[in-house]
Design a protein around this ligand. Structure first.
Ligand code: CU
Ligand code: ZN
Length: 193
């Protein structure tokens, strides 16, 4: 009796457990198949363009927009910024797409691969941060316009700027001081989307 009872009981328990598992699988089947068309619609294509809407940090009235467009030799950057003091203002891509801090500090430091120094946008890629876009220059009305092709920026891959932030500074980026050009406070911030 002992010799046969325990193996039979064990088989019964495994069978019961197996049926319960099967029922659980059946119950989940409709929802997983519902989700499938949505998954198929997710695009794997890299974006051809991205935009950042610049909003003022606390105590400032600097606003604007920056458009990034993929072109053959890099990314064309078209920026329009208003509410600035006349003159040059540091203009960078910062690492975090987070403008929530009143002073813009949540955007972190200049976007880079972690191995290059701060530099001018015309420097070779290994002598600038990826996010070093130099300065925008405001006229007497406080309006700055910039339109140039940057050979280092990318809208796809591990160094994509999408999901990061554009920062405009109150002062000029001197293009040499480490780690960020001594450009002063952050007066506007926008997430690149
Ligand atoms: Cu900056
Ligand atoms: Zn930098």
């Amino acid at each position: 009796m002992y010799r046969s009872f325990f193996p039979v009981l064990a088989v019964l328990m495994i069978t019961v457990a197996g049926c319960a598992q099967k029922r659980a699988d059946d119950a989940q089947e409709p929802s997983s198949s519902d989700a499938m068309p949505e998954n198929e619609m997710v695009s794997t294509n890299a974006p051809d363009s991205a935009t950042a809407v610049l909003n003022p940090t606390e105590g400032n009235s600097v606003r604007g927009s920056v458009r990034f467009i993929k072109v053959d030799d890099g990314v064309r950057v078209i920026a329009d910024v208003t509410g600035l003091a006349s003159g040059k203002h540091g203009f960078h891509v910062h690492e975090n797409g987070d403008c929530s801090a009143p002073d813009g500090s949540s955007a972190g430091g200049h976007f880079s691969n972690g191995t290059t120094p701060h530099g001018a946008p015309d420097n070779d890629a290994d002598m600038r941060h990826a996010g070093d876009l130099g300065n925008v220059t405001a006229d007497s009305e406080g309006h700055a316009h910039l339109d140039r092709v940057d050979p280092v920026l990318s809208l796809s891959g591990p160094m994509s700027i999408v999901g990061r932030a554009v920062i405009v500074h109150g002062g000029m980026d001197d293009l040499t001081s480490q780690p960020s050009g001594a450009a002063g406070p952050r007066v506007a911030c926008g997430v690149i989307e």
